[in-house]
Design a protein around this ligand. Structure first.
Ligand SMILES: C[S@@+](CC[C@H](N)C(=O)[O-])C[C@H]1O[C@@H](n2cnc3c(N)ncnc32)[C@H](O)[C@@H]1O
Length: 320
């Protein structure tokens, strides 16, 4: 059956028409309800929906506009809660649980940390997070719970986002020292990108294929050989909420794993390594990315310990 006739897709189209007619995307009861319904409609992973196979131009246009609306609403939501949480007299980091998607970030950041640990042999000393936002939760969770000795440089195009974000960490004796903020478009960040062991690219940096690939090409040009790039993608119905990053978008990188969660962690995670580093020998043997049935038992062990079943891992391996 054509994807556009699918009942769930019809529900998404209906929610899209309500959302696109909203006066404002700033948090309110109506906005929160509609986006809550949209996320729960897109969460199920037991569907064979592949947005890349949609031929109906109207649905394709709807999807790309919906991704942008979701990104705008996410920015407002972060701004709203960063302002509230930043206004607490004591350490704002004691109140992060007030953010409605805090638990999702705890799980997403743990997943990203586990994948990083799976593919790197040393603890990164410096990380760059591109597109950190007013609520830089990925950086905060990684710094607080997983990487206690790592400095995280947060890049955002929006100075207001950085002002709110730095206020959040300013009263924390540890993170105020280890969280640095830079206001710039990623495409203007040149010198210094080669000093990071790991670069994260937020899902909302590059909301369509063309701008996503442009950001990736820019990072490929300026990152150090062998450095790791962590990206967020989407799979199945969730690709109505976020852009997809395909392995073929990552020229100059060796794609290590693409991980599609099956729980309420919405984003898929892509981990890749810039060619030219010590791993060169391994990467240059790669004739093409081979999607192997998941043989990543260690990750499975980590994930299944969380009771995450039916997880899809696309494992890429060198052709010996
Ligand atoms: C809303 S945040 C989401 C990230 C989330 N806070 C996290 O911790 O994973 C995404 C941010 O990306 C920023 N952004 C979008 N395009 C960008 C670009 N080209 N360069 C730098 N930042 C960008 C937006 O200003 C926004 O604040």
């Amino acid at each position: 059956m054509a994807c556009e006739n699918n009942l769930v897709v019809k529900q998404i189209i209906d929610l899209y028409s309500q959302i696109s007619n909203l006066e404002s995307l700033k948090p309110s009861k109506n906005v929160d309800t509609l986006f809550g319904q949209l996320v729960s409609t897109c969460l199920p992973t037991d569907t064979d929906i592949d947005v890349t196979k949609i031929h109906d131009e109207k649905v394709k246009d709807m999807r790309s506009h919906l991704i942008k609306l979701c990104g705008e609403a996410e920015g407002y939501l972060e701004q709203h809660f960063s302002t509230i949480i930043g206004s607490f007299e004591d350490n704002p980091l004691n109140h992060l649980h007030i953010f409605p998607y805090y638990n999702n970030y705890l799980k997403l950041s743990k997943l990203e940390f586990d994948l990083l640990a799976e593919h790197t042999s040393h603890v990164p000393t410096k990380i760059a997070f591109i597109g950190s936002g007013p609520m830089p939760l990925t950086s905060i969770v990684l710094a607080k719970f997983h990487l206690p000795n790592t400095t995280i440089h947060n890049f955002d195009i929006d100075s207001e986002a950085n002002t709110l974000a730095s206020n959040l960490v300013s009263r924390d004796p540890d993170l105020s020292e280890r969280m640095i903020f830079h206001t710039t478009d990623v495409l203007n960040a040149k010198e210094g990108l080669d000093q990071y062991d790991v670069v994260f690219l937020a899902a909302l940096v590059g909301m369509d294929k063309e701008s996503k690939v442009k950001a990736i090409e820019h990072l490929e040009k300026h990152m150090a050989p062998g450095a790791v790039l962590m990206l967020r993608s989407a799979h199945g119905l969730r690709a109505f909420l976020y852009p997809i990053v395909d392995s073929c978008d990552l020229k100059g990188f060796e794609v290590l794993t693409i991980y599609h969660p099956s729980d309420d962690v919405v984003n898929s995670v892509v981990i890749a390594r810039k060619l030219g580093g010590l791993g060169e020998v391994r990467s240059s043997q790669i004739e093409r990315c081979v999607v192997m049935p998941c043989n990543c038992s260690k990750i499975h062990a980590i994930m299944n310990s969380r009771g995450i079943k039916k997880t899809m891992i696309e494992e890429f391996t060198a052709i010996e």
